[in-house]
Design a protein around this ligand. Structure first.
Ligand code: SF4
Length: 356
């Protein structure tokens, strides 16, 4: 087992984890709220290190990221556990799982980088559950990935302490931060968490300027789908982060403990999207719905079509570098440029193609 970082020993066998704002005080033999950080005889261990539950190759658009290496594949991995308690979790089979040896695979940082190289992925994403809780593993992969010319992506709820954030995000090239709602009531009752730490994370990422980030908001009927709430969220983003942060409104489907709620109506998503654009956000996308235009990227200056997408598939890219071909507006997009690099020696794990 790998000893965790981001904790301190309290004496009498207890430890305090300060990786996320839960600040779990963990007794001997117990795990924190996330299930994957365990106190064994006064030492905190990162159980999920090198033990993912899921490894796949996804389109980068599925994270979702629309302005980071568009049209490329990303090696994506996630472990058991989570530090939030969302009642609608759409990956609840792994996020609510306690770590167990039966389901976890041994997959070292070297295996992850080898698999990304073997599958032609220019980036690796830490995703599916919240990678904050397995930060040590994500950081180790990220260091090796960077040494081999790969980029890294954090798909997260942004529920991390200010003291841990730099240590993690120093190694992340991009992130999608899930802003789950815009009221403390929603965060407390539906996610068993708090809104303010997430807003702090977004502002810190913006201030640091070293990690490209986009925001996702899952619109859940009756719980966070009021136009007034979406408007308040958009205004906050404009005021605190600026108009260029891409915002993805995605459709809810009934899952986990919220099976009684309906799917999000596509018309409502489009209404929210139009409102966000009218307020001044430059890049607003829809997810989990079929739409003729709301997955595309348009120039905010002249409305030229820059990237045409169907669901998660990129069909056309019309950018000139990172400029609009019609009006030459600079577009905040990192396009893929194949690096010249030597491949690592393939390992057995890299050849486990059924995994990815
Ligand atoms: S990362 Fe896990 S153990 Fe640490 S404070 Fe958060 S929920 Fe608790």
């Amino acid at each position: 087992m790998v000893e965790a970082q981001f904790y301190k020993k309290l004496g009498n066998g207890k430890v305090l984890c300060h990786l996320c704002p839960r600040y779990c005080e963990i007794g001997e033999g117990q795990t924190g709220f996330c299930f994957v950080r365990k106190n064994e005889k006064g030492t905190l261990y990162a159980l999920a290190y090198a033990n993912p539950y899921a490894v796949h190759v996804d389109p980068i658009e599925k994270k979702p990221l629309s302005h980071f290496l568009p049209g490329t594949s990303v090696l994506s991995l996630g472990t058991a556990g989570c530090n939030l308690g969302c009642k609608y979790c759409q990956n609840w089979d792994i996020s609510k799982a306690r770590y167990d040896h039966e389901r976890a695979h041994t997959f070292t940082p070297e295996d992850a980088v080898n698999a990304a190289l073997a599958h032609g992925c220019p980036s690796i994403a830490f995703t599916y559950n919240d990678p904050v809780i397995w930060a040590e593993y994500a950081i180790a992969i990220a260091k090796l990935a960077h040494a081999h010319g790969l980029k890294t992506v954090m798909v997260t709820a942004g529920y991390i302490t200010p003291e841990a954030l730099p240590a993690v995000f120093d190694h992340m090239d991009a992130a999608n931060v899930d802003l789950k709602g815009f009221t403390e009531n929603f965060y407390r009752k539906v996610c068993l968490a708090h809104l303010e730490p997430v807003l702090q994370t977004l502002q810190t990422l913006q201030r640091r300027g070293t990690t490209w980030f986009e925001i996702t908001n899952l619109v859940i009927p009756t719980l966070n789908d009021a136009l007034a709430e979406a408007r308040e969220m958009c205004m906050w983003i404009l005021d605190h982060l600026g108009p260029d942060v891409p915002l993805h409104f995605t459709a809810f489907h009934p899952d986990y403990k919220l099976m009684q709620l309906p799917h999000t109506p596509p018309a409502l998503l489009e209404e929210i999207r139009q409102m966000a654009l009218a307020l001044g956000l430059h890049y607003v996308y829809l997810g989990n719905v079929h739409t003729p235009t709301a997955n595309n990227t348009y120039c905010p200056s002249c409305q030229a079509l820059l990237i045409k997408r169907a669901w998660h598939q990129v069909q056309e890219i019309h950018l000139h570098g990172n400029r609009c071909p019609r009006c030459h507006e600079t577009i905040p997009i990192l396009a893929y440029q194949p690096p010249v690099r030597e491949a690592m020696t393939p390992s057995g794990a890299a050849r486990r193609s059924h995994w990815v």
